[in-house]
Every structure is written in structure tokens, then in C-alpha cells.
Design a binder for this molecule. Structure first.
Ligand code: DMJ
Length: 378
């Protein structure tokens, strides 16, 4: 997982020797012919996304072949009554399990599966992932919100809490990005139907600050005033979709959350400013949004934000052998955990925020939710 997730970061950073070693490690050793259950969502955004961007950046066709092999193995995951994917799939047998999933897991597949279709000329990947996205959207409530968990066999919601946090977040991200990457008008229409509803029911004004909280999908009533490290992707998406005003205001709130303890918590109650979940998992979202905002505004304030966050990140998370997640942002106690997205995303976005613009042609790529840049070459 880690070498595939990290490859394009190494390429973009011009770490040529390390990138070359990583590429040969992958093509020489990685095989998907294994009797293991994998989470379809995680393997898609990290491995399928990483192989596809790795192929596009290096031109190494073996990476595309591996992506296609992986895509073939994942296809049975969509064999439910609704077309929504199961959570887990066995890479060798194609057996699936766990029918209770969420919009992020059903709706964050089309950039990767769609790109695979475009690059292989086989529409099946695009069609299956698009259907899963549409089937999720179709089940929105009368106010137009989606919930936190859904059963892929019955198509019924099993948890009606609605928000932009983990479990839903990247579903919205892909509605807009699939319009941008593929020019898919259905995706644009689904985005345009969703964003006013998000701004109506989830956005919250408090002390003159903009936050996004939780509401019940059926009634639109506020259920919780929670915002956290995962929600911090939203200013970036607002900026990418043209709403710089809200993007700037929400980014200011995210940065306030970061500065409470000099590292952001997983979840904060923005009404009381009390920490609800105090861990920090080396998450990238707040850095990603800083990068987007700097790109669109050119405002040096965002580089200053990034500098402060990078200094804190190094100060509290660096160890002799890698970077460590924190059990608690107050005590800064480190834990033996370094998710592959630290290399795929957190370091990449920090780097791109300060790198000269020619490092990556921003307008020519769409980042998948794991920060793998995908290019429209078709
Ligand atoms: C990553 O795997 C992706 O960014 C995903 O969309 C959300 N969670 C992690 C990073 O926090």
C-alpha cells in the first residue's frame, strides 16, 4: 500500500532515485492474486488511484496493467440488488461481505474506475461506479440530504445523520470532480442539486464564524455542532467549485481549530470549542484546502498558514523512523501509526503549497480524494 500511495509524491518532488526504486519494488513484487478481503473504497482511492497516476506520470505501462488487474478483481463488489458496492471483497475469489456502507464508500469510486475505463477502452468500470454514485444520490431525503449509513441490499438508510465529515465527505467531492474530469453532465447536475442543500442545512454561523455541522437528513434539524480534521477538506472543494467567499471563511475556522492546541483534533464541538475526539492521524485535509486557497487567491496568508502547520506537524509528529499519529492533541502523545495518506497526501500538499507552480499544472489535473493527480489524456 505505502509504496503505491507514495510513488507520485516522490515523482513530483523530483526524488528520482527513490521514485525509481519504488517503481521497481511495485512492478517486481506487488500481486493482487491474494486470498484476502480488502476494503473496496480504501483500495480504490489508494491503490487504483496511485497506480493510475503513477502510470500517467511515468508512462510505465506495467502500472496500468496492474491497475486493470485490480479493477477486474474489484468488479464483483457491485453485484448487489441496488448496484451499490459491498464494503469488502476478496481479491482472489471475488466474494463480498458487509452490506452496510456509507455514501463516501459508494460514491468515491468514479474518478478511479472512470479513468481506468478511459485508459483501457473498457466502459464497464465507468458504468458500475457511476451507477453506484447515482444510486446513492437517488436515495437523498426530501430536503435533499444523504445519511451516514446505508444497506446495499435493501437500499435503506440505517443512520440518518447528515454532515460533510468522514463517511460522506468525498461523495460530494466526486460529484463536482467527475464533472471536471469527465465532463459528465449528470455529475454536475447532482452537484448543483446538492450544494445549496448543504449550505442551507449543514452550514452554521456562530460568533460570526462559518462552520458546517450535522443535521438529520429527513428533517434538516441540527443534531450536532461537530466539525473536525476530515471536514477540513471542504474549503478546498468550495474553492474548486468557485465559492471563494465561503471557502475563505471556513478555512479561517479550520485554522482556528488547528491553533487551539497547535495541531487539529479529529473532532471539535465548534459551539463550545471543546474537543470531542482528541486524536490526530496525520490527516491532510486542512493542508489540501490551504493549497487550493493559495492557488485561487495568491494570498500569502495561506502560505503563512501552511508554514505554521508544517512547523507544528514536524515538531509534534516527527520520529527517528517516520511520522507518528497523536493519541491526543493536548498531551501530544505519539502512537505507532503512520497511514499511507501521510505520504500520498499530507506531504504532497505541503510540498505543492510552497513549490513553484510549474511543478504541477494545476489546471490540467484533478486530484482524487487520496491526492493522486489524474490527467484527462483521452
Ligand atoms: C484519506 O484516505 C482520504 O483523503 C479520504 O478521502 C479521507 N481519509 C483519508 C485522509 O484523512
Amino acid at each position: 500500500m505505502t509504496p503505491v500511495d507514495a510513488l507520485d509524491t516522490l515523482v513530483l518532488m523530483d526524488l528520482d532515485v527513490e521514485a525509481e526504486r519504488t517503481r521497481s519494488l511495485i512492478v517486481g513484487n506487488l500481486s493482487f492474486d491474494r486470498d484476502i478481503y480488502v476494503k473496496n473504497f480504501e483500495i480504490t482511492i489508494r491503490l487504483l488511484g496511485g497506480l493510475l497516476s503513477g502510470y500517467q506520470l511515468t508512462g510505465d505501462k506495467r502500472l496500468l496493467k496492474m491497475a486493470e488487474d485490480l479493477g477486474n478483481r474489484l468488479l464483483p463488489v457491485f453485484n448487489s440488488r441496488t448496484g451499490l458496492p459491498y464494503v469488502y471483497i476478496n481479491l482472489r475469489s471475488g466474494q463480498t461481505r458487509d452490506p452496510v456502507t456509507n455514501p463516501a464508500e459508494t460514491g468515491t469510486l468514479l474518478l478511479e474506475f472512470g479513468t481506468l475505463s478511459k485508459l483501457t477502452g473498457r466502459p464497464v468500470f465507468y458504468e458500475k461506479a457511476k451507477r453506484a454514485l447515482v444510486e446513492t444520490f437517488k436515495r437523498r431525503s426530501p430536503p435533499g440530504l444523504v445519511g451516514e449509513s446505508i444497506n446495499v441490499e435493501t437500499g435503506e438508510w440505517t443512520n440518518t445523520d447528515s454532515h460533510i465529515s468522514g463517511g460522506i465527505d468525498s461523495y460530494y467531492e466526486y460529484l463536482w470532480k467527475c464533472w471536471l474530469l469527465f465532463g459528465d453532465k449528470d455529475c454536475r447536475a447532482m452537484w448543483e442539486a446538492s450544494i445549496p442543500v448543504i449550505n442551507k442545512y449543514l452550514a452554521d454561523e456562530i460568533r460570526g464564524e462559518l462552520w458546517y455541522g450535522h443535521a438529520d437528513m429527513q428533517t434538516g434539524k441540527r443534531t450536532r455542532t461537530d466539525f473536525g480534521a476530515l471536514d477540513a477538506f471542504f474549503p478546498g472543494l468550495l474553492a474548486l467549485s468557485g465559492d471563494l467567499k465561503r471557502a475563505r471563511r471556513l478555512q479561517a475556522s479550520s485554522f482556528k481549530m488547528w491553533n487551539l492546541y497547535g495541531i487539529e483534533p479529529e473532532t471539535l464541538d465548534y459551539k463550545t470549542m471543546r474537543v470531542v475526539a482528541g486524536s490526530y492521524h496525520l490527516r491532510p485535509e486542512i493542508v489540501e484546502s490551504t493549497y487550493y486557497l493559495y492557488h485561487y487567491t495568491g494570498d500569502r496568508e495561506y502560505r503563512r498558514m501552511g508554514e505554521k502547520m508544517f512547523d507544528d506537524f514536524v515538531k509534534y509528529c516527527r520520529t527517528d523512523s517516520g511520522y507518528a499519529a497523536l493519541a491526543d492533541v493536548v498531551s501530544k502523545q505519539q502512537v505507532d501509526e503512520m497511514e499511507s495518506f501521510a505520504l500520498a497526501e499530507t506531504f504532497k500538499y505541503f510540498y505543492l503549497l510552497f513549490a513553484p507552480p510549474e511543478t504541477l499544472q494545476f489546471d490540467k489535473v484533478i486530484f482524487n480524494t487520496e491526492a493522486h493527480p489524474l490527467k484527462r489524456t483521452w
